[in-house]
Design a protein around this ligand. Structure first.
Ligand SMILES: C[S@@+](CC[C@H](N)C(=O)[O-])C[C@H]1O[C@@H](n2cnc3c(N)ncnc32)[C@H](O)[C@@H]1O
Length: 258
C-alpha cells in the first residue's frame, strides 16, 4: 500500500484550530476513561501531532511519550502545558525498549502510517504484559461514500481514503495475528452535522488545510470541489429545492491487550 504523503510541517501552525476550547470531544472522554480504567502509568501516543490528547491524559500520569514524524507538529506539542517526552520517528520504527508502556494509542493517525500492520506489531513489542493498544479513528470502508459530503463533491477523496485507512476488520485481524488478547471495537463518537445551503462554507472542515482529506488535494482539485458545491447550490436555487450537506462520521476505538 502507498500512503499519500501529507507535509504536516506546512500545516502545523494552524492545526490546533480544530480544537476550540468550547468543544467537548467524546473520543477524548473515551480515551481518558480507558487510560484510567487500565491504570496506565506509562503512555505513548504514536502520531501525537500537537500533543492535544497527551495533554488531556496528564490527569492520569506524568509519564507521557509522544512520537511523530513531523518536526513542525512536535514543535507545537512542546507548547502544551503538560511536560511531554517527544521524539521524531516513524510509527513503524518506534525507538523504545521492549515492554515499556501500559498504553499505546493513536488518534486520527494510523491512516498516515506507511504500514498499518507493522505499527500494530511494533506496539505489541513495546507493551508491558497486560498493556493495551487503542486505535481511534474512522473507517471509510464501513461508512460509505455518501456519509460525508466532502466525499461526494471533492473528486478522488473517498477512493484515497479507502486506500489510506485500514478496514476495522483488518485491524482486529492483525491484532489477533500479533497475539493481542480480546481485540474489540466500540463506537466512541458520532459526528453528525448538517449545513443548509450556503452555510456549508462555514463548515470549519471545508478549509483546504483543515483535514488531510482536503489538504492532500492540489489547489486546482480543491477549487474544482468547491465549484461542484456551488453548482449544486445553483441548481437547488433554480429548482427552488433546498439542499443540505451532511457529515455523518462514526469514530471507533479498536482495543487489544497484550
Ligand atoms: C491528523 S494528525 C493527528 C495528530 C493527533 N493524533 C491528533 O489527533 O490531533 C496525524 C499525525 O500523524 C503524523 N504522522 C504521519 N505519518 C506518520 C508516521 N509514519 N509516523 C508517525 N507519525 C506520523 C503527522 O505528522 C500528524 O502529526
Amino acid at each position: 500500500m502507498t500512503t499519500p504523503y501529507l507535509d504536516y510541517d506546512s500545516i502545523a501552525n494552524d492545526y490546533n484550530q480544530r480544537y476550540p476550547s468550547s468543544r467537548q470531544w467524546e473520543r477524548g472522554d473515551a480515551l481518558l476513561n480507558f487510560a484510567k480504567q487500565i491504570k496506565a502509568k506509562t503512555i505513548l501516543e504514536a502520531g501525537s501531532g500537537t500533543g492535544f490528547w497527551l495533554n488531556l491524559l496528564h490527569q492520569v500520569t506524568p509519564q507521557l511519550y509522544g512520537l511523530d514524524f513531523s518536526a513542525g507538529m512536535i514543535a507545537q506539542a512542546r507548547k502544551q502545558p503538560a511536560p511531554l517526552k517527544l521524539a521524531r520517528s516513524r510509527a513503524t520504527q518506534l525507538p523504545y525498549q521492549f515492554a515499556t508502556f501500559d498504553l499505546i494509542y493513536c488518534v486520527d493517525a494510523i491512516h498516515h502510517f506507511d504500514d498499518h500492520h507493522a505499527f500494530i506489531r511494533e506496539a505489541f513489542r513495546l507493551l508491558k504484559p497486560g498493556g493495551a493498544l487503542a486505535i481511534i479513528g474512522h473507517d471509510p470502508h464501513k461508512a460509505g461514500p455518501s456519509s460525508w459530503y466532502i466525499y461526494r463533491y471533492f473528486d478522488s477523496v473517498y477512493d484515497t481514503d479507502l486506500r489510506r485507512y485500514p478496514a476495522g476488520t483488518s485491524v482486529l485481524k492483525w491484532m489477533n495475528e500479533e497475539g493481542f488478547r480480546n481485540p474489540t471495537s466500540q463506537l466512541v463518537e458520532h459526528i453528525h452535522n448538517e449545513y443548509e445551503g450556503e452555510d456549508v462554507f462555514a463548515d470549519p472542515f471545508i478549509k483546504h488545510n483543515a483535514t488531510s482529506q482536503l489538504a492532500l488535494l492540489s489547489d486546482e482539485s480543491y477549487q474544482a470541489g468547491l465549484q461542484n458545491i456551488r453548482a449544486s447550490l445553483l441548481r437547488s436555487k433554480e429548482r427552488n429545492k433546498p439542499i443540505t450537506f451532511h457529515s455523518e462520521i462514526f469514530i471507533r476505538m479498536w482495543v487489544g491487550f497484550r
